[in-house]
Design a protein around this ligand. Sequence first.
Ligand SMILES: C=CC1=C(C)c2cc3[nH]c(cc4nc(cc5[nH]c(cc1n2)c(C)c5CCC(=O)O)C(CCC(=O)O)=C4C)c(C)c3C=C
Ligand SMILES: [Fe+2]
Ligand SMILES: [Fe+2]
Length: 359
Amino acid sequence: MTPATLPADHPPVSGGRVGVLLVNLGTPDAPTPAAVRRYLAEFLSDRRVVEIPAVVWRPILHGVILRTRPKKSAHAYRQVWTSEGSPLAAITAAQAGALQALLGDAVRVDWAMRYGNPALPDRLAAMKQAGCERILVAPLYPQYCGATTASVMDRLGQALAAMRWQPAIRTLPPYHDYPAYIDALATDLGAQLDALAFVPQVLVLSFHGMPQRTLDLGDPYHCHCRKTARLLGERLGPRYPGLRIETAFQSRFGRAKWLEPATETVLAAEAGAGVRGLVVAAPGFSADCVETLEELAIRGREVFAAAGGQNYAVLSCLNAGEPGMAMLETLVRRELAGWVDQGLKSQSLAVRVERSRDT
Ligand SMILES: C=CC1=C(C)c2cc3[nH]c(cc4nc(cc5[nH]c(cc1n2)c(C)c5CCC(=O)O)C(CCC(=O)O)=C4C)c(C)c3C=C
Ligand SMILES: [Fe+2]
Ligand SMILES: [Fe+2]
């Protein structure tokens, strides 16, 4: 870590505050079929998410999916809903609060969702209104995927197109192989592994899936997931010599072929092959959500047990814990270099530049 200051020929940073806008996927406003339907209608109408021609997809979406899925999904959301609302929204809000405390008053931190509320265009406008003339937009997706990262950028472009006086924008790149990310995961998952009440034989790194066709068309998501898994394995492997680490892809949607192996298939196969203690981590999710808390922690446990498995645990995501927040602070400070006035007080002045070790 070395402190970075502005180059000598840099004009003085003038006027306006610096803002950081954390963005995650989005979630329903309530765990009810009506709210889930509204959310899914917006999410699944995004051409970045479902890459089927609209003339074919719209009748399927409105005629079948939005008539059946909201009820099923609302049931899943009800099982994980908290007093502060959807876990994804509550945790993203907590991450924004923690980052604000780490960065200090010189930077304004806010959060938004790509689908649903709080809507990205609304929060962007609110930050500009509050005087932020430079905004770092940070999609909280370590691995780039057209369906997630690019979709946030599309929405950002639409939001900017509607503004007369736009803020200057920077965006946080995908960070799937950044040492700060791998370090945070190794620290956080290591602590959780050490605290388990049983000794697992297998650790499954479960990433959200996507259609195989999207990979064939050139999306780097699968490569990014594999690289994260390799780097994390290199860190955890020597520390837990008896632990076999596998990678799998969850949350299959629709009938097309998705990335393999599917997490469910792996859980059943491991139990069937005699593995009795298994632990799952989801390093691609920056916050726990219905996909980790319901699909992995509830349904995954049932699949593993039904196939003969005994001890099963799902580790938490980085959420707003110390290792994950220290990582976010590092990534954000690096992106803010050159934007943060040398006169800003205390820590927020010393933008720490991290040297990439393994890219
Ligand atoms: C982390 C990266 C994600 C990728 C890549 C992704 C792709 C993707 N997802 C769907 C369909 C659904 N995903 C759903 C929930 C969901 N997805 C992600 C992340 C990624 N999705 C998160 C964080 C969540 C949780 C949201 C929450 O409210 O907690 C859902 C909704 C839940 C359900 O009905 O099962 C759907 C549907 C597709 C088609 C896709 C394509 C590449
Ligand atoms: Fe998804
Ligand atoms: Fe799911």
